[in-house]
Design a protein around this ligand. Structure first.
Ligand SMILES: [Zn+2]
Length: 265
């Protein structure tokens, strides 16, 4: 099921971007369905899986959100023309979204070198397994220290493209601080509510900043197709419904590696 249910009549809906419709509804946010085992869904928001698919429900669930948002973000960078064999694409932050972003970075970036940045060696090791060419632990490091690590690993000190999956101010400062001339930056993370980045490089170095929100029906259909072909790996924590409050506490403490999926059995 695609998550953003648009009005169907506005300019955004007419081009298929129901998830950014100003009059849209999102099941689980106000509408019934947040923790429901079953949810009534108007048929137009459903995607047919086909009887031949072998995807498990716990793998499908995160694909509609954590596994969808970075897909759209990487597509924006692809459309910006900044990805290709001579490019370095950074995935900044390796939470639920970042683990998928690393994989889409490999699948959609036309041979770019994929660099994963995070503060946890455990998460970085999984990113490497999921296809990252280079991993850099940024915990406690200044921008210049990370730049030195990047030069040591790749021979270059800047990124041509960055997808930021955390949204934290510190993470965005690092990503934009290492963005190359004509580089493109895409934010999909939503932790903070304000960013503070210098204007001069954005203008004088002709950098582009993209916001990217969730994904539309076409994006999700593409993601499901990749999953059916076995091209997406999952990092899932199964949580029983009766443990949901404990799960929320752990999320608050960033204690999860990958995505938590609630089950009712
Ligand atoms: Zn609309």
């Amino acid at each position: 099921m695609v998550g953003g249910w648009g009005c169907g009549e506005c300019d955004q809906c007419r081009v298929g971007n129901h998830q950014i419709c100003g009059k849209g509804r999102w099941p689980g946010f106000g509408l019934y369905g947040g923790y429901g085992e079953y949810v009534p869904v108007p048929y137009q928001w459903l995607i047919r899986l086909g009887s031949e698919n072998n995807l498990k429900p716990e793998e499908l669930a995160p694909l509609t959100d954590a596994g969808l948002t970075p897909y759209r973000g990487i597509k924006k960078l692809q459309q910006a023309g900044v990805l290709g064999p001579n490019s370095i694409l950074a995935v900044n932050g390796l939470g639920g979204l970042g683990m998928y972003a690393v994989q889409y970075a490999k699948l959609l970036s036309g041979g770019s070198l994929v660099v994963a940045l995070a503060r946890s060696d455990e998460k970085l090791a999984i990113a490497k397994e999921f296809g990252a060419d280079v991993i850099i632990n940024v915990k406690g490091k200044t921008l210049d220290q990370v730049r030195k690590d990047l030069i040591r690993e790749t021979g270059r000190g800047e990124f041509n493209a960055v997808i930021d999956c955390s949204g934290a101010e510190e993470s965005i400062g690092l990503g934009t601080g290492l963005l190359a001339t004509s580089g493109a930056y895409c934010s999909v993370g939503l932790v903070g509510n304000r960013i503070n980045i210098p204007l001069f490089p954005l203008v004088a170095r002709e950098q582009t900043f993209y916001g990217s929100f969730w994904g539309n029906y076409v994006d999700l259909s593409e993601v499901i197709e990749l999953a059916k072909k076995g091209q997406i790996k999952h990092q899932i924590n199964i949580v029983r419904f009766e443990d949901v409050n404990d799960c929320l506490d752990r999320l608050r403490d960033s204690d999860f590696v990958g995505r938590a999926v609630l089950t009712y059995k």
